[in-house]
Design a protein around this ligand. Structure first.
Ligand SMILES: [Zn+2]
Length: 135
């Protein structure tokens, strides 16, 4: 086998694996969405709610008044009066996260924008199993 054909074979394999991984991710995303939709029909989640100042203070105290960041702490001090303080769903609402304080945290604007609706899939599954158990 010449070096050129070996490289081509590797390229084909890589393209095939990439396509398989994309299909697998689309399947998992679809199944997750179906499960979250079903769960939300049985146990609806109030969207876009405003948080009481008591809840915000409880979260801030739990975090020692600093932003826990997305993946790594950023160290920004939480200012209750700042618009850059965002109440974030640790497990995003889109992925089935509800409004209990154990699923909430305060992030600085920068970390919240970085995090978006991302979450660790294992944590999402564990969280959804908990929601199912508590129905
Ligand atoms: Zn931050």
């Amino acid at each position: 086998m010449s070096e050129e054909s070996g490289s081509t074979r590797l390229d084909q394999l890589e393209a095939q694996m990439s396509a398989d991984l994309r299909r697998s991710k689309a399947y998992i995303d679809g199944e997750l969405k179906r499960l979250v939709d079903l769960l939300n029909q049985v146990d609806p989640i109030e969207r876009n709610r405003l948080w009481d100042s008591e809840v915000i203070i409880l979260l801030a105290e739990r975090q020692n008044w600093t932003c826990p960041g997305w993946k790594t702490p950023c160290g920004v001090v939480i200012d209750l009066n700042s618009r850059d303080r965002h109440v974030d769903h640790y497990i995003p609402v889109k992925l089935g996260g509800a409004n209990e304080t154990s699923n909430l945290q305060i992030l600085c604007k920068s970390c919240n924008l970085k995090k978006g609706a991302k979450a660790d899939i294992d944590e999402v599954i564990t969280y959804l199993q908990g929601r199912l158990r508590n129905l």
